[in-house]
Design a protein around this ligand. Structure first.
Ligand code: NAP
Length: 426
């Protein structure tokens, strides 16, 4: 019956969907359509460069991509042109797995302040995302503030305080390494709006903060006194045990040059500085009537969660989450991953979504002899859109690996023009 299936997006949920479909041995042609020139989404641009083991899941996805029934269309954004409706017309089933890649807003006076970044901007910058290479964060400041108590906040802090030695065998960009080499940041504040036992850090990530070669992690003074001691009993989860075991002062004999200080019960209220940030004022959530607490810093990163881009022709909520029922948007149109359930969970959480969508397709989609791939190629030609094919991506991948040096796994291409110039030159 040869089903023609299009998957929009190429991150974990897209690949887990394709993998589940392949495992079912459905006679199908699967096309993965991606806005960027390269596959793997969050694995390539979200996961921190010093977490190469986590990135290794892309080997599983590589095997999916290498399947002869799967093709890749990189550099094609499905939204205004082509639209989801146009893709629906030429495929039997379409899966939207486009992820969430925008920062949630703080909704204070952050707009157009120099020195303020959302975490997705900062993370995408050091990970080489083509749209963020002009970010130029000014690291020529003593202190940085990171708002949020999730793993993204920890990732940003770790990158700011690791030594260059600790980062050189990663795939962080050369631009980021050069900026970090010149960085004068000595203090990083990680700010939670609730207490330490409400933080969302996971065990591995918080433990890493205790193992940095040139940085001490400490709690702000009085943190432990404010915790309800009943909650600190035997059953306390490992991540909180580690977090609450940090000192409340930098050890006097420490020779480490940097400090990460975890502060809690503070909500950002107002940036200080006209155009360029010089600090941030916070409300103390335990004593809201108290005077605002001021922390001086030349760079502020908010890591308070992601939101999705609205997609023409699909209904989403205010955070960009697609409205659906059990991953079904409507007949023949499905959704998986963060864009369907919000930005939470680990990479493997997306497996479940992938298999649910594959079940729906297996049970409910009947081939209507859609043209699929051949029609997509014609449509893109008509719209004058050049795409990166699977064969071309394999060449880019090999070139990136070849360009890596000094233990670094790869040196990424960081712009579409660089990619197409390379492809034209071979
Ligand atoms: P997250 O885990 O949801 O953490 C968001 C943090 O921002 C929370 O502490 C939240 O506080 C806080 N927050 C939200 N709105 C705020 C506001 N207006 N003002 C102040 N604070 C605010 O999100 P994330 O860190 O972006 O991570 C997203 C997902 O990716 C998570 O599932 C995470 O585990 C995963 N991830 C995993 C890794 C890894 O495994 N190494 C790395 C990165 C990301 P409340 O709790 O009070 O709402």
């Amino acid at each position: 019956m040869n089903l023609k299936i299009a998957i929009i997006g190429s991150g974990p949920s897209a690949f887990y969907t394709a993998q589940s479909l392949l495992k079912k041995n459905i006679d199908s042609e699967i096309d993965i359509i991606e806005k960027l020139f390269c596959p793997y989404g969050l694995i390539r641009y979200g996961v921190a460069p010093d977490h190469q083991n986590t990135k290794n899941v892309s080997r599983v996805f590589e095997r999916v991509l290498n399947n002869t029934n799967v093709e890749f269309f990189g550099g094609i954004e499905i939204n205004e042109s082509p639209t989801v409706d146009e893709i629906m017309e030429i495929y039997d089933a379409v899966v939207i797995a486009s992820g969430m890649a925008k920062d949630r807003k703080l909704n204070i006076n952050e707009e157009s302040k120099t020195g303020y970044f959302g975490a997705t901007q900062f993370v995408n910058w050091y990970n080489g995302h083509p749209e963020y290479q002009n970010l130029k964060p000014n690291l020529n400041t003593d202190s940085a503030i990171i708002i949020g108590n999730g793993n993204v906040a920890i990732d940003c802090a770790r990158i700011l305080v690791k030594t260059i030695n600790e980062l050189e065998d990663t795939d962080i960009t050369k631009t980021a390494i050069n900026s970090l080499k010149k960085s004068s940041i000595k203090n990083v504040y990680i700010i939670g709006r609730r207490g330490p036992l409400d933080a969302k850090f996971t065990t591995v990530e918080i433990r890493e903060m205790d193992e940095l070669s040139d940085c001490d992690s400490i709690l702000s003074k009085g943190t432990i006194d404010k915790i309800d001691k009943k909650l600190m009993g035997d059953g306390m989860a490992k991540q909180y045990r580690i977090l609450t075991s940090f000192n409340e002062e930098k050890p006097i004999d420490s020779i480490k040059s940097k400090t990460v200080k975890f502060k809690f019960h503070l909500s950002p209220k107002e940036f200080i500085g006209e155009e360029k940030i010089s600090g941030l004022k916070f409300i103390n959530n335990l004593n809201p009537d108290e005077e605002l607490e001021v922390i001086d810093a030349g760079i502020v990163i908010s890591a308070i969660g992601y939101q999705g881009d609205k997609l023409a022709g699909v209904i989403s909520d205010e955070l960009g989450k697609i409205i659906h029922k059990d991953n079904v948007i409507k007949d023949r149109l499905y959704t998986a991953g963060w864009i369907s359930r919000g930005p939470s969970g680990v990479i493997g959480t997306n497996k479940h979504d992938g298999s649910k969508v594959a079940n729906h397709i297996e049970n409910n989609v009947i081939s209507k002899n859609s043209p699929g791939r051949i029609a997509l190629k014609s449509l893109l030609k008509l719209k004058n859109k050049r795409y990166v094919s699977k064969e071309e991506w394999i060449k880019l991948d090999q070139e990136e690996i070849k360009r890596g040096s000094k233990g670094s796994p790869r040196l990424k291409f960081t712009s579409h023009s660089e990619v197409f110039n390379f492809l034209d030159s071979i």
